[in-house]
Structures are given as structure tokens and as C-alpha cells.
Design a protein around this ligand. Structure first.
Ligand code: GLN
Length: 234
């Protein structure tokens, strides 16, 4: 049996300020170790997101200017993206991408940028401040620890059915108040980590690939893929 996965790099030309494209390279590398072909394509402004074509969506971080353009364009993709998520599609959304999957993001200049409300979080503005630095978190369900680097002015508050990606041990995380970092909803992983997150935290890359394989090949024996070992957090 040969396996293949297709990645949509959502707004990959605009939301890649922090080397988030490295996440796709990591997915490709790990997929190949699992005997899985993985290829990706960028879907950007004025292009349709065809949910049926993809197994994984990567939505990177960016600056407020790019986000203001995407906030408008993404409304035309809202229904297809929401359906993809509700149908257990795998998503990794980072920082600006994470913010736009929720209800709204208030930019540094006070402008309210509409998200797609596919997830129930919202992002407020900090007063003349950014959270910048290294972060260490622990996922209470798996016991896994993840490391990353955050750089955001927005402060995010989680909503219904969202669990944090982890609890903050060092750094600020979602809002600097409730000790949460990132969000998990169905097969969606959201985070403020750049770095990129999957390169530093191979365990998450494996969860994403396994979730996508199980969804695409529900009757397959994926024990060989599951046996591929990944490195610990570093
Ligand atoms: N512009 C957003 C903020 O400052 C997102 C930043 C990012 O993607 N790193 O909060």
C-alpha cells in the first residue's frame, strides 16, 4: 500500500515571516521516514480552498499588515475551512494564523480584524507591549513538553471546546494571565511558537501526520508509521 498526503500552505507567500515554512520541510522529512509521500502547494489571495484536495493545512504567522489583507480574503474561504476542520482535517496554525482562525484579532493600531470563527478563541490588544522570548510548556494529557519562541502583541483567550496546547512553565503563552499556550480543537493545533514549532517539537509533527493518515486511510494498519520514533523536545 502506498500512502500520500497533500498539504495546503495557506497564504504561504504572505504568512511566513518567521521561517514557518520549515514546518512543511519537517512534515515532508518525517512523512518520508514513514514511507508516506507528502507534497504541498500554496493557496493564497483570490484562490479557492478546495477542502477535498487536502489532508493538512499549515497557516503561518505574520505581521499586522499582511493579516489585515488576509482577514478580508479569508472570509471567502471561511465555509470550506470550517468544513475541513469539522471533518477532522489536520491544521497547524501559528501566531497570526492562529489568531485568524478565531473570532477576531485587534491589531497594534486598534483595528479589529475579523477571523473566521472556526475556533472559539478571540484575541485582544496589549497596551504598547509585545510578548517576546523563549517558551516552555507541558501538555497535561500526553506529558509532552514543547519549546518555542514567541513574538506577539495579541493576547488570546480560549473558548468552547478548546484545550491549550500546553500549560506555560516559562514564558507568556496565550495571554500572560491564565498560563495557557496555544489551542487544540479536533485535529487543529494552534500555537504562538515560531522556531518553527515542528522542527523543535517532532512529537507534534508526528501527531499531525498520524491524524491525517488515520483520516485518509481509516482501514489501514498504520503500525509501521506509528513505530517511527521522533526525537524529544530540544
Ligand atoms: N501580528 C500578530 C501579533 O503581533 C501576529 C504576530 C505573529 O504572527 N508573530 O500578535
Amino acid at each position: 500500500m502506498s500512502y500520500s498526503l497533500k498539504v495546503c500552505h495557506l497564504y504561504g507567500d504572505l504568512m511566513n515571516t518567521y521561517g514557518d515554512i520549515g514546518n512543511i520541510l519537517v512534515l515532508k522529512h518525517l512523512a518520508n521516514q514513514m514511507g508516506v509521500d507528502l507534497d504541498s502547494e500554496v493557496i493564497s489571495l483570490d484562490q479557492e480552498f478546495e477542502a477535498d484536495k487536502y489532508d493538512i493545512v499549515i497557516f503561518g504567522g505574520g505581521q499586522d499588515f499582511e493579516q489585515s489583507i488576509i482577514s478580508k480574503d479569508i472570509q471567502s474561504k471561511k465555509e470550506a475551512l470550517t468544513n475541513f476542520i469539522e471533518d477532522d482535517g489536520s491544521v497547524v496554525a501559528i501566531c497570526g494564523g492562529y489568531q485568524l482562525l478565531g473570532h477576531y484579532y485587534i491589531g497594534a493600531n486598534g483595528e479589529k480584524l475579523q477571523g473566521i470563527s472556526a475556533l472559539d478563541h478571540y484575541t485582544e490588544k496589549q497596551h504598547d507591549n509585545r510578548f517576546i522570548g523563549d517558551v516552555l510548556i507541558e501538555n497535561k494529557e500526553t506529558g509532552e513538553k514543547y519549546r518555542g519562541f514567541e513574538n506577539h502583541q495579541g493576547i488570546t483567550f480560549l473558548g468552547k471546546d478548546e484545550r491549550p496546547l500546553g500549560n506555560v512553565i516559562e514564558g507568556y503563552g496565550n495571554n500572560g494571565q491564565d498560563k495557557t499556550e496555544g489551542a487544540i480543537y479536533k485535529n487543529v493545533y494552534c500555537t504562538y511558537f515560531h522556531g518553527p514549532i515542528l522542527a523543535r517539537n517532532n512529537q507534534i509533527a508526528k501527531h499531525v501526520l498520524m491524524n491525517a493518515l488515520k483520516r485518509k486511510y481509516p482501514d489501514a494498519d498504520l503500525s509501521t508509521q506509528d513505530a517511527v520514533s521522533v526525537s524529544e523536545t530540544f
